[in-house]
Design a protein around this ligand. Sequence first.
Ligand SMILES: NC(=O)C1=CN([C@@H]2O[C@H](COP(=O)(O)OP(=O)(O)OC[C@H]3O[C@@H](n4cnc5c(N)ncnc54)[C@H](O)[C@@H]3O)[C@@H](O)[C@H]2O)[C@@H](O)CC1
Ligand SMILES: Nc1ncnc2c1ncn2[C@@H]1O[C@H](COP(=O)(O)OP(=O)(O)O)[C@@H](O)[C@H]1O
Ligand SMILES: [K+]
Length: 494
Amino acid sequence: MKSLYNVAEIRSIEHTMAAALPAGTLMQRAGEAATSAAREMLAGRKVLVLAGPGNNGGDALEVAATLAGANTDLDADVTVLHLPGAVAPSPETAQALARARASKAHFVDTLPLGRDWGLIVDGLFGIGLARPLAGDMRALVETINALGRPVLALDVPSGLDADTGAVIGPDGVAIHATRTITFIADKPGLHTYEGRDYAGQVQVAPLGIDPGQRPPAGARLNEPALFARHLAPRRHNSHKGSFGDVAVVGGAKGMAGAPLLAARGALFCGAGRVFVAAIDPVAAVDFAQPEIMMRDAQEFDSGDGTLVIGPGMGDSVTAMRVLFKALEGTAPLVLDADALNLLAASPDLQGRLAQRAAPAILTPHPLEAARLLGVTSGVVQGDRLAAARELASRLNAVVVLKGSGSVIANATGAAVINPTGNAGLATAGSGDVLAGICGSLLAQGWQAWEAALGAVWVHGAAADRLVAQGSGPIGLTAGELPVAARAVFNALAR
Ligand SMILES: NC(=O)C1=CN([C@@H]2O[C@H](COP(=O)(O)OP(=O)(O)OC[C@H]3O[C@@H](n4cnc5c(N)ncnc54)[C@H](O)[C@@H]3O)[C@@H](O)[C@H]2O)[C@@H](O)CC1
Ligand SMILES: Nc1ncnc2c1ncn2[C@@H]1O[C@H](COP(=O)(O)OP(=O)(O)O)[C@@H](O)[C@H]1O
Ligand SMILES: [K+]
């Protein structure tokens, strides 16, 4: 299980472990693990180590001391830019400083110009960052980022909030790392919002702390093990009725494509029968995908089938009526796009959704989530896990808060961050495909929680597959996702 611990949880584990070990052990282990990572990354002799005022700086000083130590086989030329704070360092950091001072590393007060660093080690701030980087510190981070050299961040890229993945602001900056070695356990902020861009490749160094001894984490990373129980091979003796019906309700005038994309997502991920119930019907058949059955939303009765409601649905009276009927019924629901906006405008509909017994998955992007919560999208993005959890608990549904590192949350407070996907998905219609995949898995009998986890994982992996094949991220189209999702899904099911 890929657990994600927030700062409070990490501090508590650290506290327990530090009490059980000789003083300074954890920092020495952090230094050793980071030194191995640094050696793997070296792209030249010259190493710049940035050491801040706290224990993150202590970790960096351990790295400097080892890289430039007497016992090393490395011919590294280590420069330490040490930025002590106003308060005295912790005993372990003081010890690391003494070790570094006694090594061949040379200490400087300002960043030397024009050096072609083979590696920069970022030990400015870790989980103790308390306010935005400002003044000289801000200028230093901007200069380092502009150098474009390989950067190994210790624990967290300096300036990034380890809980939320936001650059600590207002008006803050953060180190752009090539790789982050994070200590004790993985952290949510490295995987969502701005985290993926700033952290680069993430490596976890447990520092000898047995994962089995850690308390359960508040969040985790998505992985197929979380939904694997639904990934059974198909029985020979099956028929289209075995895999459920999906009806996509949407497609107001000028937005006929959105429900078709969702319908294809549903079809290619295995739903038995797929309908589009259009608010403003324009075609009797989709000639590119004739398997999809076209209906008029005003007359359509989906029976027990799963409803994916919202793609391109608009906010007409018809749309409202259809949504109201869906909420009154007992069908499993996926609510996306305009259905979410209509829901946001109606406390009555929100109450009805919360009272329903049948499963529901909501797939808001940050602005849709903000409308539902009555806040700005900045507030949502500022703490994506909290926003997703709050929505899930208010609306008694599984919520997928989309975006880089989509967050899946449920009404009991569980939260999962999805690691698949890439910026190729930042294109019109990819969310429609996701909604269709969610509906497809619900229709095939998956529990809502696992359907959301599976759909988000497969959707992201489909985009990763397309990028690996050269079809993105630039110019990747939503229409390519269903076929790629099918390949990913079948590979998982095998
Ligand atoms: N305590 C432990 O047992 C371990 C701690 N470790 C390291 O220790 C780090 C946490 O250490 P700390 O709690 O000392 O925190 P940090 O080293 O992240 O930073 C805290 C220091 O920075 C100052 N500060 C915070 N925000 C600032 C800002 N915007 N501008 C200027 N100064 C600012 C604080 O006043 C404090 O002096 C972890 O991220 C990890 O790297 C590791 O060595 C593993 C073991
Ligand atoms: N940078 C990114 N990295 C990973 N996934 C992304 C990224 N940008 C967008 N996505 C995903 O693409 C989809 C976009 O959905 P949405 O915003 O609803 O767009 P649309 O309504 O045009 O389909 C979501 O699944 C979202 O998580
Ligand atoms: K750091």
